[in-house]
Design a protein around this ligand. Structure first.
Ligand SMILES: *Cc1c(COP(=O)(O)O)cnc(C)c1O
Length: 483
């Protein structure tokens, strides 16, 4: 450790000391952690699903809570000695209920996918299992006859789900075959209007009327517009479906009161799932919010589909949710959307083709076929220039889910670093200039390659330098000095 004239912040001391302790056991891990913060500091991160959690959130995850088993719920554990876990789990749930105005919050899911599984099985328990138990006069599944049990199992596996199409921005866990949700449910999806790129609610209504799903899912990971949850609930009610909203991507915008009224899912959905690490800026994890009727079923998530809860992460959720209840978080959420809008405008002004023509939320979907590239080429060329994005299908994508024709850009992370509207125009210029300077290679059969490309001489290095200048003005974790 070198001498420093500037006083050390508590964060610097905490992280330096932690690395020193780790280094005594496995120095390569300490080095990788140090290298990770350096990489994150040096890259222009536009991954729409990533963010930077606060030092308080990060530090809350490294402690003795990690050693506890805490199966069960607050005050009703299957293990002794859980009073401190009870404290933090209850706090996280209370912050979540207050922040989102929900009847009930379940903060045990380990991730967004896990939260969705908890929600699916809660709805199945409420709508399929409970009525079956009742009609058999049984209290518990163990009391069913072999025949009744076999019938119930078949009927649990014979339910329908309607969700947003993948290439319209939906998520694999909304009933698609490669995911377990697609193996559990018969699924149909609703797309977007080919003209406007937006959800066509009358088409959703027509699909719901015809298909009569048990669960109607709204929510997305790559749709740049708002969803009207009031209308979605109306459609669900009309066909007797449970409305589930997966707000994994935009929970931070709901927490920050940018999405209010009919764009806030919580008052309209029967059940809401989310991650806690995307725009919400908490630890890596998931959460379920629901109305009182579903609460008892949701609380059975562990051990129904979840392994034992992670008390250290639940503690960090409590800290992150407390942060999200502070007034500054509303400014943060507002800035995310302003920045996404500025980025979209900047790209559009330079000739970039945007799915739906722009954005209302935290993400922008750039159709790179306008530059003659696939999403894969665009993603790689941008990465060479120090700009981290991810390729993403666009509606009716001719290049499929592997090569794709789009890149998805999101502003939650750069907004946390403090970049604002003027910087977003510079970011748009960096992206546009890289993509203009990139050309697909020609294959041996004379066709344009979908993967290989060449970039104008020196362009990647020049762009990386401009990106570094921009980032130097907005240091990540300015209070943490590990040198
Ligand atoms: C990210 C995401 C998930 C999955 O979250 P994990 O924490 O990676 O399991 C689920 N649903 C949607 C809509 C998402 O965007």
């Amino acid at each position: 450790m070198s001498d420093h004239s500037a006083p050390l912040t508590p964060e610097s001391i905490a992280f330096r000391s932690a690395l020193d302790v780790i280094r005594t056991v496995e120095p390569r891990v300490a080095d990788a952690i140090g290298s990770e913060i350096a990489d994150q500091r040096d890259s222009l991160k536009l991954i729409a699903s990533e963010n930077y959690a606060s030092p308080a959130v990060l530090l809350t995850m490294g402690n003795w809570f990690s050693d506890k088993y805490a199966e069960g719920t607050v005050g009703r554990r299957f293990y002794a000695g859980c009073r401190n876990v009870d404290t933090v789990e209850a706090l996280a749930a209370e912050h979540a209920r207050e922040l989102f105005g929900a009847d009930h919050a379940y903060v045990q899911p380990h991730s967004g996918i896990d939260a969705n599984l908890v929600a699916f099985w809660a709805v199945l328990a409420q709508r399929v299992e409970s009525p079956a138990l009742q009609s058999a006069g049984a209290k518990h599944v163990n009391d069913l006859s072999e025949d009744d049990w076999a019938r119930l199992r078949r009927s649990l596996g014979d339910q329908r789900m309607l969700g947003m199409a993948l290439d319209a921005g939906g998520h694999l866990t909304h009933g698609f075959r490669p995911n377990i949700s697609g193996k559990m449910f018969e699924q149909r999806s609703y797309g977007t209007d080919p003209e406007t790129g937006r959800i066509d609610y009358e088409a959703v209504r027509a699909a719901a009327r015809e298909f009569r799903p048990l669960i109607l899912i709204a929510g997305y990971s790559a749709y740049p517009r708002l969803v009207n949850f009031r209308v979605m609930r109306e459609i669900a009610d009309e066909v007797g479906a449970t409305l589930m909203v997966d707000m994994a991507h935009f929970a931070g915008l709901v927490a920050g009161k940018v999405l209010t009224g009919e764009y806030d899912p919580v008052p309209y959905a029967n059940i809401v799932t989310t991650t806690t690490h995307k725009s919400l800026r908490g630890p890596r994890g998931g959460m379920v919010l629901c109305d009182n009727e579903l609460a008892e079923h949701v609380d059975r998530g562990c051990p129904m589909v979840l392994g034992g809860p992670l008390p250290h992460v639940m503690a960090a959720k409590a800290v992150a949710l407390a942060e999200a209840r502070q007034p500054g978080f509303r400014d943060y959420a507002q800035h995310i959307v302003e920045n996404a809008n500025a980025l979209a405008e900047g790209l559009g002004r330079r000739g970039g083709r945007l799915v739906t023509g722009g954005t209302d939320n935290h993400l922008v979907l750039l159709d790179v076929s306008g530059y003659g590239l696939t999403g894969r080429q665009a993603e790689s060329a941008l990465l060479d220039a120090g700009i981290v994005t991810n390729r993403n299908a666009v509606p009716q994508d001719p290049n499929g889910a592997w090569y794709t024709s789009g890149v998805r850009l999101g502003t939650p992370a750069l907004t946390t670093r403090g970049l604002g509207v003027p910087e977003m125009d510079e970011v748009a210029d960096l992206i546009d200039s890289v993509l203009r300077g990139t050309t697909p290679s020609v294959t041996s059969s004379g066709k344009a390659s979908k993967a290989q490309y060449t970039v104008e001489d020196g362009l990647a290095a020049r762009t990386a330098e401009r990106a570094a200048d921009l980032l130097a003005k907005h240091p990540l974790y300015p209070g943490i000095d590990l040198s």
